[in-house]
Ligand binder design. Structure first.
Ligand SMILES: NC(=O)c1ccc[n+]([C@@H]2O[C@H](COP(=O)([O-])OP(=O)(O)OC[C@H]3O[C@@H](n4cnc5c(N)ncnc54)[C@H](O)[C@@H]3O)[C@@H](O)[C@H]2O)c1
Length: 275
């Protein structure tokens, strides 16, 4: 809501949430005219052009489908759906209706990642050997989601964005620890078509919050194995984006980082800060 309220020519016309206190917050702070407990009531509003779906993952497919069928453009949080079959149905439906269907792969819009992507495309580093992604934090037990479906969409999207390819081979180990069903920790290794390895370490168990991507690349076409030691090395501490002021790294090694602290959205009930 905070972000939308800052965009000119955008008016949030309706919000739905099961919790009344969240709706009250939207009314008090952002003066949203239509408030509903059920998301169907928002999709029904004729004057709405686009919807942002932030529902639990299992509701993404039915809510997106209903919104597209009602002629609305859709921004849906990741994962787009719980199965690729459902995801393809939505993509086809949006194309058929001429509507935009966008998924909240937020790291596409991270300034640090965009800069590294630019450097890769200009062959600044040389050939990519390794991409290591670590996304960890201590989270409560989730009964409605597993760590792969919840966090790996970011990983796969970043790998695709940075390396411009999908994995040729995927290996994965995942386990639940504090419960029986939903994996809470996983290691995913992907072999990319050019031989690079893209690895992800994702869990909700580590006491320290880490969001980092490490990229190891060859410095030049004629480099020998010794050059691995001199590889240009990029370590991104994400996800702040807007404040990062990119400078082009130079020298045999480089480090790009941004503050690991992120701007938190105000919680319902937070007083409006004075200007
Ligand atoms: N892009 C990112 O980095 C990022 C970060 C966090 C969460 N997410 C995604 O955002 C989505 C929401 O995540 P969350 O952690 O806020 O989940 P959550 O379960 O805490 O919140 C979901 C909200 O949906 C509401 N809701 C549930 N059923 C409803 C219904 N039938 N009608 C109306 N409202 C209903 C609930 O009241 C709740 O406020 C998930 O898909 C998650 O994967 C994305």
């Amino acid at each position: 809501m905070e972000e939308y309220s800052a965009i000119p020519n955008v008016k949030v016309q309706a919000v739905s949430d099961l919790m009344d206190k969240n709706l009250q917050h939207c009314k008090d702070r952002y003066n949203v005219p239509v408030l509903a407990n059920d998301y169907h009531d928002v999709i029904k509003v004729d004057s709405i052009h686009a919807v942002h779906i932030c529902l639990p993952n299992s509701l993404h497919f039915p809510a997106c489908k209903e919104a597209l069928e009602a002629g609305k453009h859709v921004l849906v949080e990741k994962p787009i759906t719980l199965t690729s079959k459902e995801g393809n149905i939505l993509v086809d439906l949006a194309a058929e209706k001429g509507l935009t269907l966008s998924v909240g792969h937020i790291y596409r819009f991270n300034n640090a990642l965009a800069e590294v992507k630019r450097l890769i495309s200009e062959n600044f580093f040389g050939r990519v050997f390794l991409l290591n992604l670590t996304w960890t934090n201590l989270e409560p037990i989730f009964n409605d989601r597993d760590v792969i479906v919840d966090l790996a969409p970011h990983y796969f999207d970043i790998v695709n964005y940075m390396l411009d390819a999908w994995p040729a081979k995927i290996t994965c180990v995942a386990k639940p620890y504090r419960q029986k069903e939903n994996p809470e920790a996983t290691y995913i290794s992907c072999e990319m078509p050019n031989g690079a390895i893209a690895h992800a370490h994702l869990n909700w168990l580590s006491p320290k919050k880490v969001r980092s991507i490490e990229l190891v690349e060859r410095t030049g076409r004629r480099s020998s194995m010794r050059s691995v030691k001199r590889s240009r090395y990029t370590n991104l501490a994400i996800p702040t984006s807007s404040e990062w002021k990119g400078t082009t790294p130079s020298g045999p090694s480089c480090c790009i980082s941004s503050s690991p602290s992120r701007t938190r959205r105000p919680r319902p009930g937070t007083p409006v800060p004075s200007a």
